[in-house]
Design a protein around this ligand. Structure first.
Ligand code: NAP
Length: 323
């Protein structure tokens, strides 16, 4: 059953679903527990069955575990999926050590990814971050070479600045920008989003729920074991004030007959035909709710309320996105 609208990723780019499936939380990244593998694979397959073909991973999500899960899920149905892979992050025992973006490292990373995914070509390949340790020309140039070789179809970038986006696109056309974006994190509206639009680059927008804040399920204080405690947004007075803002979203959701998560996704979806909400789902039960969110429209008054109440800076404190 095909329920999801397809869009071009970038100017004349490949056709992908307007809702993407983020697989990160199926594996252990920052020491988080691994979700049920059978359910994760079933979720990827159910997403494909529902026309969600954009599948997002990183080679460092669970040290290759995530790619192996996807490989198992797409076995025998490669053409149903559009596989987006990030590389470059070096983790050790759940700790971030830094980036390795050397051409030699990229060539090593991709061969391992292709084996774990069980495919010959990655549809969208992108450095997860840039840190200036390797000239952009060399990072992008290496991916351009991989495109010529047939190991990669399209160039993507992730979490970069507007200047870096422009420069990367000058070296080789960028199909997609992967970036954190939600009602709670709107800083990219100033420079980055207008630049992506001007250059005709698709926007793959993740963290729509802002680490769960916009699901409406959080209560202050968080349990001591919750990973969100690391971020100032979820600490002390910040969390109390932020949850007051979330009440506005909860009330609107209740009036419209949806959940706060659905409105959070719908708001991102409404920001443009070139913007794809990329949502983590580790269980099949998430799919109907999040797919239905793609049909939600807002009145001008509702959008005005959300944009005013969640104006840039209205949510106090940050997450790793402000790094
Ligand atoms: N480029 C980057 O730097 C970067 C950084 C982070 C993430 N990403 C990518 O973006 C994807 C999404 O990012 P994210 O995980 O940070 O944000 P998210 O999509 O906001 O997901 C956060 C949490 O929301 C839960 N969720 C999903 N649907 C829900 C619903 N209807 N009701 C309540 N909770 C719901 C998910 O739970 P379950 O897992 O339990 O279903 C997940 O744990 C990742 O999977 C990854 O592929 C990229």
């Amino acid at each position: 059953m095909e329920n999801i609208t397809k869009i071009n990723l970038g100017k004349n780019g490949p056709l992908v679903s307007k809702l993407g499936l983020g697989c990160m939380r199926m594996s252990s990244v920052w020491g988080s527990p691994v979700n049920d593998e059978t359910e994760s694979i079933a979720t990827i397959q159910a997403a494909l069955d529902n026309g969600i073909n954009f599948i997002n991973t990183g080679d460092f999500y669970g040290a290759g575990h995530n790619e192996m899960l996807i490989g198992r899920a797409i076995k025998g149905r490669r053409d149903d999926a559009f596989i987006s892979v990030k590389f470059g992050a070096i983790f050790y025992n759940g700790q971030w050590l830094g980036l390795d973006l050397r051409p030699m490292a990229i060539k090593n990373f991709i061969n391992y990814s292709l084996v774990r995914l069980g495919i010959d070509t990655i549809d969208l390949y992108q450095p997860c971050r840039l840190d200036g340790s390797v000239p952009l020309e060399d990072v992008v140039g290496t991916i351009a070479d991989l495109i010529k070789e047939g190991k990669v179809r399209h160039l993507g970038v992730s979490e970069i600045t507007a200047d870096q986006l422009r420069k990367a696109n000058d070296i080789h056309p960028v199909s997609a920008l992967e970036i954190g974006y939600s009602l709670a994190d709107r800083q990219i509206e100033k420079d980055l989003l207008p630049t992506a639009k001007e250059l005709g680059i698709g926007v793959v927008a993740f963290a729509n729920t802002a680490e769960g804040l916009l699901t409406g399920n959080m209560k202050a204080p968080l349990a001591a074991s919750d990973y969100q405690n690391h971020f100032s947004r979820f600490q002390g007075e910040n969390l109390i004030k932020n949850l007051e803002k979330v009440e506005i979203l909860k009330n609107m959701a209740e009036e419209k007959g949806y959940t706060p998560t659905q409105l959070a996704i719908a708001w991102v979806n409404a920001q443009g035909s070139h913007i794809m909400p990329l949502v983590s789902m580790s269980k099949r039960s998430r799919l109907p709710e999040n797919i239905a969110a793609m049909q939600i429209s807002f009145t001008a008054d509702e959008i005005n309320t959300l944009n005013t109440q969640f104006s840039p800076g209205a949510i106090l404190g940050g997450t790793y996105l402000q790094r």
